[in-house]
Design a protein. Structure first.
Length: 159
């Protein structure tokens, strides 16, 4: 088991997409900022799965609270049905790269159709990319942080 996890960086973007994975990331809250064309998620992000020791049955995980904010977002569609009221990400996909209509204004030359596939359904939208702000140092434990020890937050800074 790894006793220490070195965080590579506190801010991740769409340029890091190929090396990121959101499988089993819990979503605690979603916020919309229509005037800024943003959709923001408060999540637990799993940085590393740790294989169990020989005498253990279960994996451990290095997990941090994070704010995942998609920029220049529009055409948002939700198809979610949650029996328990929870929301957990299975994966995030991007496809159909194109040029944003307002590329000069936003300073980005690409946008994608993003699909956030969850255990409970999917969220789909167009966006020019994302910023994921890591809000706390990764902690070793279960797949999620305990709600009692974390705040619901959309803070866009890093530790």
């Amino acid at each position: 088991m790894t006793d220490k996890y070195e965080l590579e960086k506190w801010l991740w973007t769409e340029s890091d997409f190929e090396m990121m994975g959101w499988h089993d990331s819990r979503v605690y809250a979603i916020a919309f900022s229509p005037e800024k064309f943003e959709i923001v998620f408060d999540i637990d992000y799993i940085f590393q799965w740790v294989h169990p020791k020989q005498d253990e049955k279960f994996f451990s995980f290095w997990v941090s609270s994070a704010t995942l904010m998609f920029e220049n977002t529009y055409d948002v569609k939700f198809d979610i049905s949650s029996y328990s009221g929870g929301l957990e990400i299975d994966c995030i996909k991007r496809e159909d790269v194109g040029s944003p209509k307002n590329a000069e204004y936003i300073g980005k030359g690409k946008e994608w159709i993003w699909t956030i596939e969850c255990q409970e359904g999917e969220i789909k939208f167009r966006s020019a990319g994302y910023k994921q702000y890591v809000r706390s140092k990764p902690k070793l434990g279960g797949q999620t942080l305990e709600l009692e020890t974390r705040e619901i937050s959309f803070h866009r800074g890093t530790n």
